[in-house]
Design a protein around this ligand. Sequence first.
Ligand code: KIV
Ligand code: NA
Length: 275
Amino acid sequence: HSRAVTPPQVVAAKGGTPLVCLTAYTTPMARLVDAHCDIALVGDSVGMVLHGLPSTLGVTLDMMIMHGKAVRRGLEHALMVVDMPFGSYEEGPEQAFRNASRVMAEAGCAAVKLEGGETMAETIRFLTRRGIPVMAHVGLTPQAVNTFGGYTVQGRGEAASRIIRDAKAVADAGAFSVVLEKVPESLASRITKELAIPTIGIGASAACDGQVLVVDDMLGMFTDFRPKFVKRYAELGTEAASAIEMYAAEVRARIFPAAEHVFGDAPKAVPKGDT
Ligand code: KIV
Ligand code: NA
């Protein structure tokens, strides 16, 4: 099988076929993502999607490492990137290096992602010069939800210049790519043209060099929120609900288990499977 995608290969993909990225938090989902994607992101969205947290703020380093280990076992091809959770890197470059190196060593990822633009440039430079490839994340940065006062579109009008400065700052600091979240198409297009590293959009238009979505969102498994930028490629949540409804009804009616699910006193003469 093909060798794993590397951060330099992601940089080299700038301006070519769009980079395909999805989140993954578990081994079976990582296998599905690995078959078709360039990048598997162990996002801190895991806190909301799998743990029922109200935001990503309660996600811990240990949670990211545990999900990172699970995803690692499911990947052969895709570049694995793990999100640094809120509070694990903002104090300064040393704290960021200490925690990011733990994530890399314990989860086995080749890169980390952290949120922030100009403010995080010094930290990104510190990490990248010491062997930790960094994917940056600007625009709507969900760990700053309380500062923003919600998950609103960023960089409209006057506010565009700040996001441009953020994107340039993380690129100059050595980030190998940058996620642009929930910004207008015109801004995403301008940033994508001005940066030498790939932009990976989520709610940032097809002008970006790649796309990312939360896998449970696009599969219709996580339905608490439905941002405009999510396209539902499946309705697995609805499918799961009707499967569970049918199971409950069949158990109550003694339809399940049926003869084929039941063990006899003696094994079958010609063993086939779990007899
Ligand atoms: O946590 C996450 O899933 C993310 C992506 C949506 C970019 O940061
Ligand atoms: Na995230």
